[in-house]
Design a protein around this ligand. Structure first.
Ligand code: SF4
Length: 342
């Protein structure tokens, strides 16, 4: 490896760049070095949702309906479409008696009620960490709190959580939204968060809420899930050594977008891509160290395809960098367990 020197980046940490020696015969190597972040890619909730859909397909056959995308990843959704899965955003598109699976992002109680009214065979593949937020929302609403949900408007998870107590929940996306809330300082207020937020953004918004509302309560710890924490932590730690970051994931994946933003905040050029076909070769001009990671809904196969591309095109060397280990697993829905092949 070429000797490296350290320089400061906006994360306040060090990143490394090659030391160019004052020797006219010295040849600057074009070799690229890749840091592959771990943990990356599928989380326990996504694994459970995908396994559930595969088992449901085997057992019930196609066509099988899924309310919203099973997970926010283009390739995963397309591969299930090819197997006969129909993704819907409206239960009016599901025929009576059909089998319907709720995605990892969860649904509002109203959707469950409508599925019952239409005599659908409903299978719930909501991530348990999303369900936990739903339970907290219902509990705070029952106790008479106005709930401030920190999240992104229009995200499937946020729509589902708000549906638990539509009259009691207010959505805020940033500190300005907090300042605009027409609630008194001593209002009975509780806060909750979407599971896939930026940790830094959530921390700032919660601090502003605590400044504004003297009696505010919240969950014992924020609702940002372990997978979001770990993937962001890995990027924060490794971006200091990189010149460019590639985040595998789809544009509508909230946690993938947050990884891209975090890498950019750490001072590296950051790109969110579905696979190697989205790569622009010009991105690597003058760059030596590439950080590769993947959002919680991106399959490992696209990470490997990306690494293969970079190895072929740039003779890249690959280094796995694990910043923490994950052993979390979630059980598939009860109704499917008897149909599991192992
Ligand atoms: Fe569950 Fe977190 Fe994965 Fe979302 S990102 S499915 S909350 S584990």
């Amino acid at each position: 490896m070429m000797p490296r020197t350290a320089k400061r980046n906006p994360c306040g940490l060090h990143r490394t760049t090659p030391r160019i020696q004052a020797d006219y015969n010295y040849k600057v190597s074009s070799t690229m070095h890749i840091l592959v972040a771990g943990p990356r890619g599928f989380c326990a909730g996504v694994n459970m949702a995908i396994e559930s859909l595969n088992i449901a397909l085997d057992h019930f056959g196609a066509p099988l309906y899924v309310y919203h995308e099973i997970v926010h990843n283009k390739l995963v959704v397309e591969s299930f479409r090819d197997k006969g899965v129909i993704f819907v955003g409206d239960l009016a598109d599901v025929p009576p008696g059909a089998t319907l699976l709720f995605s990892a992002h969860g649904v509002a109680p109203e959707i469950r009620d409508r599925a019952r009214q239409q005599n659908l065979i409903a299978i719930d593949a909501t991530c348990p960490l999303v369900t936990k937020v739903h339970i907290e929302a219902a509990r705070f609403a029952q106790q008479g709190y106005t709930i401030i949900l920190i999240g992104h408007e229009g995200h499937d998870e946020v729509i589902g959580t708000m549906g638990e107590a539509p009259d009691a929940i207010r959505l805020v996306e940033n500190e300005t939204d907090v300042d605009r809330l027409d609630l008194s300082t001593d209002a009975k207020v509780a806060y909750l968060t979407q599971t896939t937020l930026s940790i830094d953004d959530a921390t700032r918004i919660i601090a502003r809420l605590k400044q504004r509302f003297t009696r505010i309560v919240g969950p014992s710890k924020d609702d940002i899930c372990y997978a979001t924490h770990n993937r962001q932590q890995a990027v924060r730690q490794l971006a200091r050594e990189a010149d460019i970051a590639l985040v595998l994931g789809s544009q509508n994946s909230s946690n993938s977008q947050r990884l891209k933003e975090l890498a950019a905040e750490c001072g590296v050029s950051a790109y969110l891509i579905d696979g190697p076909e989205d790569i622009d070769p010009g991105w690597f001009d003058g760059k030596e160290t590439v950080l590769v990671t993947a959002g919680a809904s991106a399959p490992e196969s696209v990470v490997q395809a990306c690494l293969d591309y970079l190895q072929q095109q740039h003779e890249a060397t690959v280094e796995q960098r694990i910043t923490s280990r994950e052993k979390v697993r979630f059980p598939i829905p009860k109704v499917l367990r008897a149909n599991r092949s192992h």
